[in-house]
Every structure is written in C-alpha cells, then in structure tokens.
Design a protein. Structure first.
Length: 278
C-alpha cells in the first residue's frame, strides 16, 4: 500500500471517539500494537508468561502510568483481541496491511483523538510505568517536540555486538543522531565507550507528526537497518531521547521469552511488585 493510502486510512477509518477528546490539548493515549505473526517468535503477543499473555502484561503495566488517560491494544487478529478483552482491556481493530507498529498507531490516531500518543511495544511485558511518565514529560513541556523515545546505558559486551539490540547516539541537546544495529559509537581503541546507549522500543508522538510520519515513504537507511525511527531522522525531524528510569526486558527471541518467564516466576515467588530488566 502506498503512503497516501496509509494517510487516508488514518484520517478516514472511523469517526473520532468522543471519549478521547483532549483535555486542554494535553491528553495522552497509549497504544500497544500487537501483530500475531512474527518471524523470530510466532504468536508473540499471546506468549504465556507465568499464566498471563505477554500483551496483557504490557497493557497492565501501561495502565499504571499516571500521565496516561487511556490504554488500548491495536491489532488485526481476533485471537489477540479476545485475550485482551478477556483481561478487561480495550482493543482497537486495525488493518492487516500495516508494515510497522507506528503505521498501525497512526490508524488509531484517526479514530481516537489525543494530543500525544505513546507507542508501547507489545514485547515489553515488564515496562515500568515510570518510564512511560518520563517519556511523556518533554512532550507536554515542549510543544514543538514531535517525537521522543527511551534509552539506557549499554555496558554488556554481548548486547553491544547483538544486532537485535539497537544502539543510538545523541547530540548535546539529547536528540538522536542515529540508531543502528551495529555498535555505535565505535571505539577504535576497543571496548564499549561510556556514551553507548541501548534503545528501548517505546515512542511518543504528537498527533500531527504521527499522521505525517505514516504518510512518508520508508527511508533508505530505514530499509537497510530495518529501523522505522530512521524514517524521521532521514527527513530532518528531531527525536528526543529520554533516559530510562528502570530499563526493562524486550522479548525478541525464544531465549528472551525464557528469561521473561524466569523473571515473572521469581517476582511472583517474592510476593509481586514491579520488575525490570535486572
């Protein structure tokens, strides 16, 4: 589907939901894009983690953020929708043609009106609500900021060389210069530089930017790295990088899923509570 068709999907899919009318232009909606198919981890949104589907865990964590007024799961799969609604969550059914989670959220922005939308990846079962609040803060404080994301210091040599772990570098203002699956900034003298950062897959978008972003053709660097955020940088848009308060595990592989299950069991045995990556 061409970019113009995506843009039309966003604008004309359904009338606005009146429950999402902005409060003084500062309303925030968190959307969890959930695609059933996954090349590395089939049926990932419904992966069982200590008796709870992963996407339901993400939804529960997002609901705890103080700055978010509404949380919805965006999917095109009835199995995902049934799991979320059974847990008491809200589901927005979306098109099956979207190439990325951001494009799926742009369709939601055509249905639910808000000032800021959070893209909370469905593979973050332990995402900390404080991280979501931290990400929203600059979006509400700086009206000219179009997009923001999270990052945390990277010190693990295995993660440093793992292409599934996305790295980034920032300028002096804290805005992203580049994202890559390769080690950046590369230290010619060896080791991991203190500026190394691991990207965390949560984004905040202002609504007008989100709709423009979805209408853009994928960028050259985006297609090479397979990182959709590069679409914004290639077009000259700023992405503010916010320091994570409590980094959490991203489930990309079967090994990650096994680790998530171990964490959930350990936390349950200790009496519950929030859990991060450690």
């Amino acid at each position: 589907m061409v970019a113009l068709e995506y843009f039309n999907l966003c604008l004309h899919a359904q009338p606005f939901d009146e429950r999402s009318l902005p409060l003084g232009g500062r309303s925030v909606i968190a959307v969890i894009p959930a695609r059933y198919g996954s090349t590395r981890l089939p049926a990932k949104p419904l992966s069982d983690i200590a008796g709870v589907p992963m996407v339901v865990r993400v939804w529960r964590q997002a609901k705890l953020a103080r700055s978010i007024e509404r949380v919805a799961v965006a999917t095109d799969d009835d199995r995902v929708a049934e799991a979320v609604t059974a847990a008491g969550g809200e589901v927005i059914m979306t098109s099956s043609v979207h190439p990325s989670g951001t494009d799926r959220i742009a369709e939601v922005a055509g249905k639910l009106l808000a000032d800021v939308y959070l893209n909370v990846q469905g593979d973050l079962p332990f995402v900390d609500p404080a991280d979501l609040d931290a990400l929203i803060t600059p979006m509400l404080a700086e009206p000219d900021l179009s997009m923001a994301t999270l990052a945390t210091p990277l010190t693990d040599p295995e993660e440093w060389h793992n292409p599934n772990v996305v790295k980034l570098v920032c300028d002096e203002r804290g805005d992203a210069l580049y994202f890559s699956r390769s080690p950046i900034p590369f230290a010619r003298d060896g080791g991991i530089p203190p500026q190394a950062r691991r990207h965390i897959g949560v984004y905040a978008y202002r609504r007008d930017f989100l709709l423009r972003f979805a209408a853009l053709q994928p960028g050259v660097l985006e297609m090479i790295e397979k990182l959709e955020q590069l679409r914004a940088l290639e077009r000259g848009y700023r992405i503010r990088v916010v320091a994570s308060v409590k980094p959490s595990l991203e489930v990309d592989t079967a090994e990650d899923l096994a680790r998530a299950r171990q964490i959930a069991v350990a936390v349950a045995g200790a009496g519950g509570g929030d859990v991060g990556a450690e």
